[in-house]
Write a protein that binds this ligand. Structure first.
Ligand SMILES: *Cc1c(COP(=O)(O)O)cnc(C)c1O
Length: 241
């Protein structure tokens, strides 16, 4: 949408949000739930603050950024009084101190070591940080996250760390050609979520199942996602500089 004027981009965002709201409502209904049961996160990497604030004005209550640096740069310009922010990108340990206390949840916890660092910095800052455990649900070599087999064991280790609250699971699904394939993957995530929830361990809460992006959010909702992370379908395709 780079070649559009700001006004044209605002109106495109408006239309995209309306369309996505309808799609979410339909998928929620099909999975026996309501729109309100599904949180819509606007993924804002590479998006300028004025467009993010516009989406917030239109009712977006949750944004997700991938990079600590980018979030901290935009933060002073963002209207975050009515909107929560989550970190959704791979986190390096030297950036933890900068982000703790600044976001509501860190969704991309992919090792016990990074969880320990988040815990340590949270205790220092006098806060509790909510985290999601990232699962490499397709067992892809190129992806971050715990393998499905080890998630529960690692969750138990992480649940002992002070300053952290486990709030659920997240995944970035592989790109699949067929609907049936992607649905099977999301369904595996959902099963893992239910299994861990059923074990009822202290300090391991399974409230949030974060899965589904622009290309696959309807299938994710059909398979039980309660938080979808949508970027390009709201703001247009990204231009990386
Ligand atoms: C970029 C990103 C998204 C959104 O991707 P779109 O395909 O633009 O909707 C969601 N989750 C994560 C972790 C991302 O990095």
């Amino acid at each position: 949408m780079e070649w559009l004027s700001d006004e044209e981009r605002f109106s495109a965002i408006d239309e995209n949000l309306k369309y996505i709201a309808e799609e979410i409502a339909e998928a929620a209904l099909k999975s026996g739930r309501k729109s309100e049961d599904i949180s819509l996160m606007a993924v804002t990497k590479t998006v300028e603050s004025k467009f993010i604030n516009y989406a917030v004005d239109k009712g977006i209550g949750l944004i997700g950024e991938n990079k600590v640096q980018e979030f901290l740069m935009k933060e002073p310009e963002l209207n975050l009084s009515k909107c929560k922010a989550h970190l959704i990108g791979h986190l390096q340990s030297n950036k933890v101190k900068k982000i703790v206390g600044k976001v509501d949840t860190i969704q991309s916890v992919d090792s016990v070591a990074i969880a320990r660092e988040i815990g340590k910095r949270s205790v220092e800052a006098g806060v509790n940080t909510k985290i999601l455990l990232e699962v490499n649900v397709g067992n892809e070599e190129s992806k971050f996250g715990f393998s499905p087999d080890e998630v529960f064991e690692r969750a138990c280790e992480i649940s002992e760390i002070n300053g952290i609250v486990i709030d659920g699971l997240m995944c970035v699904a592989p790109i699949c050609e067929k609907d049936a394939e992607i649905r099977r993957i999301f369904s595996n995530m959902r099963r893992l979520f239910i299994d861990i929830e059923g074990k009822k361990r202290d300090n391991i809460n399974m409230n949030v199942l974060s899965m589904g992006m622009s290309g696959d959010y309807k299938n994710a909702i059909l398979e039980g996602a309660n938080l979808v992370r949508i970027g390009s379908a709201i703001f247009g395709s990204r231009i990386y500089r």
